[in-house]
Design a protein around this ligand. Structure first.
Ligand code: NAD
Length: 253
């Protein structure tokens, strides 16, 4: 079992879905965990009466918000050792119908946000000589799929950033890796199911099957299955794995 006692982990978009599952896994392994997001109420509700788990407002698309939140989080629970770059939005449209506004919204959260958070935690990790940056990218960061121009470009960019960080941090005790899940049972997918139902009048089970069918094993992935990889990459035993993309899709490409 990975022991993360004494480590401070910060999970962006940590109040729901994969972020929340990752936060719980990290806390269970002994880390002090800060979950961040835009709505304090949602974060506080998730934290509840837990100890060693803190809520911090941070809009990843806003440089000042990221900087202030990192300072606050470090003041409360110490320098950040583990960063889970998880906050993300998924908006889809055919490329010819993708507005510049939509493109920029997706990039601002999925890519600017990742860059800002990584930049702000690097000094913490370099000072301590240990760090883990785990980015929740997507299988859309590895391959193109119809109607995902902004999302796929942002996730390809996130994987590029991960590879650069891996090179820059070589020999420092810091690793950077990207997880690339297929469809995971989270609020993002629930919204996509609703959208398919609204567009096509399909029943819910059929709409869900339209998404889960593209996972190689034909079922939705559970958030805990992704969180298990977050945890594994935090282990000292994973210290020689960096700059990698780990596909979580139930099978081969
Ligand atoms: P989710 O909607 O539960 O999680 C996304 C989180 O990001 C939410 O908590 C949301 O509030 C937060 N967020 C959005 N914009 C933000 C901003 N500007 N600042 C701070 N927080 C912000 O859905 P999820 O599926 O758990 O998504 C988590 C990550 O996993 C995303 O990056 C998503 O792209 C990625 N992903 C999801 C799937 C899937 O099928 N669910 C597959 C591959 C990758």
């Amino acid at each position: 079992m990975t022991d993360l006692s004494g480590k401070h982990a910060l999970v962006t978009g940590g109040g729901s879905g994969i972020g929340w599952a990752s936060a719980q896994a990290l806390r269970a392994a002994g880390a002090t965990v800060t979950i961040t997001g835009r709505r304090l109420g949602v974060l506080q509700e998730a934290v509840g009466e837990s100890t060693g788990l803190y809520a911090q407002v941070m809009d990843v698309s806003d440089e000042a918000s990221v900087q202030a939140a990192m300072v606050e989080a470090a003041k409360r629970a110490g320098p950040i050792d583990i960063l889970v770059v998880n906050a993300g939005i998924a908006e889809t449209a055919p490329t010819a119908k993708t507005s510049l506004d939509m493109w920029r919204r997706v990039m601002a959260t999925n890519l600017d946000g990742a860059f800002l958070c990584c930049r702000e935690v690097l000094p913490h990790m370099l000072a301590s000589g240990w760090g883990r940056i785990i980015s929740v990218a997507s299988v859309a960061g590895l391959r193109g799929a119809k109607y995902t121009a902004a999302y796929a470009a942002s996730k390809h960019g996130l994987i590029g950033l991960t590879r650069v960080l891996s090179e820059e941090c070589m020999g420092t005790g810091i690793t950077a890796n990207a997880l690339c899940p297929g469809f995971v049972r989270t609020p993002i997918v629930a919204r996509s199911v609703q959208a398919i139902m609204a567009r096509s009048s399909m029943p819910a089970a059929e709409a869900e099957a339209a998404l889960s069918g593209s996972n190689r094993h034909g079922r939705l992935i559970e958030p805990e299955e992704v969180a298990a990889w977050v945890l594994h990459l935090c282990a000292d035993a994973a210290g020689s794995v960096s700059g990698q993309t780990i596909e979580i899709t139930g099978g081969q490409a």
